[in-house]
Design a binder for this molecule. Structure first.
Ligand code: KIV
Ligand code: ZN
Length: 513
């Protein structure tokens, strides 16, 4: 059998993914995700767009400092100021990469850039040269490549390669291409760009017509060596190609694509959950690979088949993405040792302090819920791990509600040595709780949305509440879990308020507000 070639996976969850509507990650959250991406084994992490804001610059800088393994990449338009900021943000990266781009389609050059093709070509070359003065690894993208004149596209690629670019990226920026067209375009570029043999051909597909993964795979078939994608398919508008789908398609159909990746697929599920937790964007139940139903067999015929022989209806195993069947694990009488063992088995490596904190939450939960599953433990870790320094601590929440009474809530909040109790009425019990918390903390909150999910089935299921709030143009996600949905909702709201207070302090010291 022919040796499979190894493809590079370029992850853009922290850049294009973060451009998804309503998603905003602070530097600490980006570092958490980047560390998990490094464990996942991606080759490149695009950490952000440093010129966009001081927060984005700080995030790229933090990822460059703290994350080892993959290339750390920063985005820059093909203008000097952007490239310089990217170079500065990447200063402490072991393996830095600058990704510079400019649009090459007539429609973008005429209406967006107001530039002639020769001016665009010059800007591309100048940006690549400048980027090479900062770093060795430079990627150039021709934005809107799929709607560009093919010969001009090839001319630009040849010029940037001659001037030091090592990767040329072909984005389907608006998700317009079909798989056959995209295959043909990659083939054309391979045949018409001088020097292409020395370069890495990369592709970056958007999902406006639901074709991002299919187009990326067609490009692999045509010889592309790098695929850009985002966890859970996050990204501008309808998103980017979903990393987990690209990787599992290549693994499951290696016979067809003849290519493998360095991704440790057993980390896919954990990575997806982490990204859901920190972005506040969950995946639909029927999402390929990581959706709740991706490995659930509902009909009798299917269940019967799987019980007789798994491969009748399963083309990949849940274990291959790191998903264990949710089963009973620990109970009220399980000790610290058993808990620690379970964390190890689930693949967590936490500090002693985090283990102790998680164990306290586990004991509290075991008092209320008989059957604790792996998913419950994951929820405990996910919410506990990203706790911000507790400026405000919810000590108590009490609600009176019903279909014939005005919902009323009382809360007690600790703030340092000060304890404040407040009550409020609302349109519903959660609204009443949030109004009472507003009074107690005196932090004005612009609530964008609120969602509640059950972590596992059953009447005593753990409720997982997520709120998204906006403050000074920054979006913050708060999360809380409890078997009591009112308490989970209150915890999520207080979590978001603590993030607001913390980030205000940071932005003030960075001179942003
Ligand atoms: O979609 C796109 O064209 C991009 C470029 C910056 C690569 O995200
Ligand atoms: Zn994009």
């Amino acid at each position: 059998m022919e040796m499979a070639r190894v493809l590079q996976i370029f992850d853009t969850t922290l850049r294009d993914g973060e451009q998804s509507p309503g998603v905003s990650l602070n530097p600490q959250e980006k570092v958490e995700i980047a560390k998990q991406l490094a464990r996942l084994g991606v080759d490149v992490i695009e950490a952000g767009f440093p010129v966009a804001s001081p927060g984005d610059f700080a995030a790229v800088q933090a990822v460059a400092e703290e994350v080892e393994g993959p290339y750390i990449c920063a985005l820059a338009r093909a203008v000097a100021k952007d490239v310089e900021r990217a170079g500065e943000a990447l200063r402490s990266a072991d393996k830095p990469c600058i990704h510079t781009f400019i649009a090459t389609s007539d429609i973008h050059m005429k209406y967006k850039l107001n530039k002639r093709p020769d001016e665009v070509l010059r800007m591309a070359v100048d940006a690549v040269r400048l980027a090479r003065s900062y770093v060795d690894m430079v990627e150039f993208s021709a934005e809107d490549a799929t709607r560009s004149d093919r010969d001009f596209l090839c001319e630009v690629f040849a010029a940037v390669l001659e001037n030091g670019a090592k990767i040329i990226n072909i984005p389907d920026t608006v998700g317009y291409a079909t798989p056959q067209e995209f295959y043909d375009l990659i083939t054309y570029i391979r045949e018409h760009v001088p020097g292409i043999d020395q370069a890495i051909i990369s592709v970056h597909c958007h999902n406006d017509l639901g074709l991002a993964v299919a187009n990326s795979l067609a490009a692999v078939k045509a010889g592309a060596q790098q695929v850009e994608c985002a966890v859970n398919g996050l990204g501008e508008r309808a998103g980017n190609a979903a990393l987990e789908e690209v990787v599992m398609a290549l693994r499951t159909r290696q016979d067809h694509y003849g290519a493998i990746t360095n991704v440790v697929t057993e980390q896919l599920y954990r990575t997806s959950r982490l990204v859901c937790a920190l972005t506040g964007v969950s995946v639909q139940p029927n999402k390929a690979i990581v959706g709740d139903n991706a490995f659930a067999h509902e009909s009798g015929i299917h269940q019967d088949g799987v019980l007789k022989e798994r491969t009748t209806y399963e083309i990949m195993t849940p274990e291959s993405i790191g998903l264990r069947q949710s089963r009973l694990v620990l109970g009220k009488h399980s000790g610290r040792h058993a808990f620690r063992e379970k964390l190890r088995e689930l693949g967590y490596s936490l500090t002693e302090k985090d283990i102790n904190r998680a164990f306290e939450r586990f004991i509290e939960l075991a008092d209320k819920k008989k059957a604790i599953t792996d998913r419950d433990i994951e929820a405990i870790i996910e919410t506990g791990r990203f706790a911000v320094p507790g400026t405000f601590i919810l000590e108590y929440v009490h609600v009176v509600s019903g279909n014939t009474t005005v919902p009323t809530a009382t809360v007690r909040i600790r703030h340092g040595d000060e304890v404040v109790e407040e009550a409020a009425c609302g349109d519903g019990p959660i609204d009443a709780v949030y109004r009472a918390i507003n009074r107690a903390t005196k932090v004005p909150v612009h609530l964008l949305d609120y969602a509640l999910q059950a972590v596992t089935g059953g009447a005593d299921a753990l409720g997982d509440a997520t709120v998204r709030v906006k403050d000074n143009g920054h979006i913050h996600i708060g999360r809380g879990t409890s078997t009591d949905v009112i308490e989970a909702s209150a915890l999520a709201y207080v979590h978001a308020i603590n993030k607001i207070v913390n980030s205000r302090e940071k932005y003030q010291s960075a001179g942003e507000v």
